[in-house]
Design a protein around this ligand. Sequence first.
Ligand code: BG6
Length: 481
Amino acid sequence: MSFDLVLFGGTGDLTWRKLMPALFQAFRHGKLPPGGRILAVARDPRTDADYRAFIKERFAEVDPAKQPTEEEFTRFAALLHYRRMDLSQPGDYAGLKAWLDERRADTVVMFLATAPHLFPVVCAQLGMSGLNGPQVRVVLEKPLGHDLASAQEINHAVASAFSEHQALRIDHYLGKPAVQNLSALRFGNALFEPLWRRESIANIQITIAEALGVGSRGDFYDGTGALRDMVQNHALQLLTMLAMEPPPTNDADAIRDEKLKVLKSLKPFTPEAVARDVVRGQYKAGTVDGVSVPGYLEEKKVPRGSTTETFVALRTEVQNWRWAGVPFFLRTGKRLAARHAQIVVNFRPVPHPIFPGSARANKLVIKLQPEDGLELHLLAAKGSDQGEMLSPVFLDLDFDKAFAAERVGAYERLLMDAIAGRLNLFVRSDEQEQAWRWVEPVLHAWSQDPHPPRPYAAGTWGPPAASAMIARDGCVWDEEQ
Ligand code: BG6
């Protein structure tokens, strides 16, 4: 199957930091379908040779394991081409069309790795130049809007040129092997499904903690904040995969229909609920991994006095028969104690304990990163002279070890799926809009709130209010147990 992959924003950060290394890995693993061309598009004039030299230089800045040898780069570089385009000029799209028409590849993927304000104009121009035929797919990267209205505007522009099945919205968390394993765990195994409901589960905690701060992205981040950057998309996608009903098939729409139902079942936020169930925080100076780091307000390109949140913890419920009354706690933040993403499913304790120590409940820990695996926490009798006292033990599955050779990174997987037209791991417009609909009341309540976000020291687990919030349900965060 021949393909042309067009990278709009071909000299930007996303392209050289994430997409090129992922494409190179696919190439190295022999996964890139033969007969492909990669065409980078950007504003400045360059030759193919200039562009190849630029990418070669940038490879020095990525993970050493993903850097090509001289010989590998020479072979990979033969796929790379460059074209200067002014994205507002119809004539430039006609030139692109002529280039693509030279050989009429089976599949054309337009990857919009540009600033999002360009999405509407690029989609409209692609449509007007006839670059939206059935063999064309368009891939969009977040941020997909700043609120519901702007997300709808983008979706509208995309829909004016492409069908829903041609539009692939990336949430790179869906490309992570650990996240795909959530589906496998629930729908490939009979063991958990009977217990996966309110009768057996006490609460669920989703944590996506980062040790890094905002780095050089202070200006972008300050206009965004943790709720838009991580909760509206990544954390909610994890929640939908945990809470969805079994889909009738493994087809993209069957899965996305079920995920959408979960988003529609989330308890809506009232201003009182935001005050009670949502904690926003902002990091102050502190120590991460033994190194002193500045506070958010001291970061480059962050305006003094900013009230942007770098941490969010919230409580919600999925209002349906399966989950009624089960608290779902979501938490994410920058400059936390560690890079650590996991889901903890806390089961209810046995109804009638007969052994000492058996009041301790089982839990399933789904580790997303940096490790990728499952821990099932149980109780066992040691068989020692300590009578009938039960001891905690756990079954530990390390997927990185088990599947090391076959694992691929998130972008590699998503790019290969985009080329192959597999839509399961992309977000549909109605899912994305519903997620905005749900977070908007929180954004609105914060905009009216005279209090700044709660401070927390870099290198901790966030403001103490996040622990107080979950303590109201008699719960504690996993690391506090
Ligand atoms: C991105 C956010 O979507 O995800 C970043 O914009 C964040 O702020 C990143 O750092 C986290 O991704 P990962 O894969 O490193 O957990």
